[in-house]
Design a protein around this ligand. Structure first.
Ligand code: ATP
Ligand code: MG
Length: 642
């Protein structure tokens, strides 16, 4: 059974894909068994493919299988003669500064760092906190932990000292790896200093701090261990620990869009398999491709599709340290041309930002190497999808609109090769992956069958890459995901199944607005607002309304080159009325300079909902908010409606 799928429009291949998919779905466990034997190197083969007990929120794959994740991501490729192939291309913040790192070099650096961790007394199963910029050292650190069987927990290097302290103590980390400073878009962030403030909040928690000298500008603390020096002094040869398929690989917190972030534990065998399978399958990855996922390693997308998926497949993966607008809005496309990138994976928030800068930035660069363009993180608005497809991809690339979550570990839905025949639907993730069985449920827990329906998105069978628990709080894991609808995993998202059976994610369940009996996804209203020429971005929420149940409030950022008039709000309401219907037309339009977003760039509608509802004392957990002052400005503007 061929593992890779190829975007194509010929009928034979479509028939092949249908046969392949149906064959896999006949018996998903047999499919995963075969994939696990083929894709991973086991030190001891598992005795059972799957062993779940969903009532207890217990998921187990490949029981008693033993392996080492670093060995699978590095040594295997070196031993099979691919040691000189490029593993990482480091695209530093400073434009045009790149470094190619081969699998052999990766192996040596990972081994050195693994030995440094061992010298610091890190043992198998211990948690190590990584608060690092996007450089190869973040990858070395992740794989060094995997090498010795330690569990890494990355904290995005844009988080504050409070968020860092909370994550270090929640994970009970004894060792921290950080850097003196990070550099993004030419701006320096004093990571070591922030880490110091974090450690002051949790005295006695961390016994060793390893510091990468990214800029060399901040003098190290007396007790710091200089990472480069320690690695240079350590042996380039290291033993790999034997870990169980179900031993922890990493701990990672969700983005915090809906509330306090959840610290999810991912394990070794099933996760690695799912990362490798989905990376190859959904990005049509072929040996020799230059693959670029532009997410930060601080997010799940960076874990699975910058590091583990590509490396287990022996791919060349780009480590992008910068931001899409530095030095200007052509950074991505200049890099595509220079590195000859074949697959590019980014997020709607970046695309919305780039789209409003105009097409020239894109068109002046040669993008003919691109084959697949991926998006993840939020629903991609159809307007943005079309821009990605028509302008960036020059109508030549497949768009992989991938729906998944920190909890699922890897892509759950994405248009399959069949979409080229059935017709792509901008903004729809369309098809479930192999082994994924989506269900739409009503709030009463009854399954909503048939097509042309909408409901709460649940998944029937656990997939190998799913998180196993909320670290230190299995009860929360069960309550959040497994007990709403016994036997099913509850995603927290809503979805529509259209008349042809294709899935459209409508957004978070909490974001659905109910106006006069109509259920409305916020994404739908936001997408229609984008059709107005003056709109750069918007966020829509519901608030209590005497007559309609809920009223609709739209927070709108206008394009810099658009001059608003006294009529603008009226025009915006009219656009929605025209494209969706009068019932969806916003009751209030508030023009804003910025929107509250998580540090991963997602709109935090829950905060806007509280403001619109005038519940200003109940804004909830703000720890993952990127720019707190944005909230104050919006509260100020909200006064006009009181
Ligand atoms: P938290 O769980 O802490 O509230 P979060 O859900 O934003 O935060 P992530 O795991 O980073 O944390 O994001 C997963 C969510 O992102 C999904 O549940 C979904 O709401 C949204 N999402 C991701 N990809 C897509 C997509 N392609 N289309 C629509 N929504 C998406
Ligand atoms: Mg979530």
């Amino acid at each position: 059974m061929a593992a890779s799928a190829h975007a194509t429009s010929t009928t034979d291949d479509d028939a092949d894909y249908v046969a392949y998919y149906n064959d896999c779905m006949q018996n998903p466990n047999a499919f995963w068994d075969q994939q696990a034997r083929q894709r991973l190197q086991w030190r001891q083969l598992y005795d059972k493919v799957a062993d779940h007990n969903l009532a207890e929120g217990q998921i187990r794959w490949f029981t008693n299988g033993k392996l080492n994740v670093a060995e699978n991501c590095i040594d295997r490729h070196v031993e099979s003669g691919r040691g000189d192939a490029t593993a990482l291309i480091y695209e530093a913040d400073e434009p045009g500064t790149t470094q190619h790192i081969t699998y052999k070099e990766l192996q040596e650096q990972v081994n050195r760092l693994a030995n440094v961790l061992l010298q610091q007394g890190v043992k198998q199963g211990d948690r190590v906190c990584l608060y690092l910029p996007m450089t190869p050292y973040a990858v070395y650190a992740m794989l060094a932990c995997a090498r010795i069987g330690a569990i890494h927990t990355l904290v995005f290097a844009g988080f504050s000292e409070d968020a860092l302290a909370a994550r270090i103590s929640d994970g009970d980390c004894r060792v921290l790896i950080t850097a003196d400073e990070s550099v993004r878009g030419g701006k320096k962030i004093p990571l070591r200093q922030i880490a110091n403030d974090a450690l002051a909040q949790i005295p006695g928690q961390v016994r060793a701090v390893l510091v990468q000298e990214r800029t060399g500008k901040t003098p190290p603390q007396a007790y710091d261990i200089k990472l480069y020096e320690a690695m240079a002094a350590a042996s380039p040869v290291a033993e790999s620990a034997t870990v169980d398929a179900e031993d922890g690989l990493f701990l990672l917190y969700t983005s915090g869009s809906t509330g306090a972030p959840k610290g999810l534990l991912h394990t070794s065998g099933g996760y690695l398999l799912y990362a490798g399978y989905t990376h190859e399958h959904f990005f049509d990855y072929k040996p020799g491709d230059i693959y670029a996922c532009l997410a930060d390693v601080g997010w799940i997308t960076g874990h699975t599709y910058v590091v583990y998926g590509p490396l287990v497949n022996g791919a060349t993966t780009v480590i992008f340290e910068s931001v899409p607008t530095y030095p200007d809005a052509s950074r991505y496309w200049e890099m595509v041309e220079r590195l000859r990138i074949n697959q590019l994976y980014t997020a709607p928030t970046a695309l919305r930002l780039l789209m409003k800068q105009g097409d020239d930035f894109v068109q002046k660069h040669d993008r003919s190497s691109l084959r697949v363009l991926g998006s993840v993180g939020e629903p991609i608005n159809p307007e943005v999808w079309r821009w990605f497809h028509d302008v960036v991809g020059n109508k030549q690339c497949r768009i992989a609109d991938t729906w998944w979550q920190t909890e699922t570990g890897g892509i759950m839905m994405c248009p399959s090769p069949l979409a080229s025949k059935e017709g792509h639907k901008p903004g729809a993730a369309m098809h479930p992956a192999v082994g994924v069985v989506p269900l739409l449920l009503g709030t009463d827990g009854q399954e909503i069958k048939g097509n042309d329906v909408e409901g709460l998105l649940c998944l029937r069978d656990p997939t190998p890459g799913m998180a196993r628990t909320v670290f230190g709080n299995h009860k929360r894991f069960c309550e959040t995901y497994w007990s709403h609808f016994p036997g099913y995993y509850f995603t927290g998202d809503g979805a529509k199944r259209d008349s042809e059976g294709h899935y459209h994610i409508t957004g978070r369940v909490d974001d659905v607005i109910n106006v006069s009996g109509h259920r409305l996804g916020t994404a739908e209203v936001e997408s229609s607002l984008l059709l107005h020429k003056g709109v750069a971005e918007s966020a829509v929420v519901g608030y209590p309304h005497d007559v309609k149940g809920e009223g609709i409030c739209a927070y709108v950022i206008l394009r810099a080159d658009f001059e608003p008039t006294g009529n603008t709000a009226k025009e915006l309401k009219e656009v929605v009325r025209h494209h969706i219907g009068a019932f969806a037309s916003p009751d209030r339009v508030q023009l804003v300079k910025d929107l509250p977003k998580t540090r991963s760039g997602k709109i935090m509608r829950r905060i806007l909902r509280k403001i619109a509802s005038n519940q200003l004392n109940e804004l909830g957990d703000l720890s993952t908010l990127a720019e707190p002052k944005v909230v104050d400005e919006i509260i100020e503007g909200h006064k006009e409606f009181l």
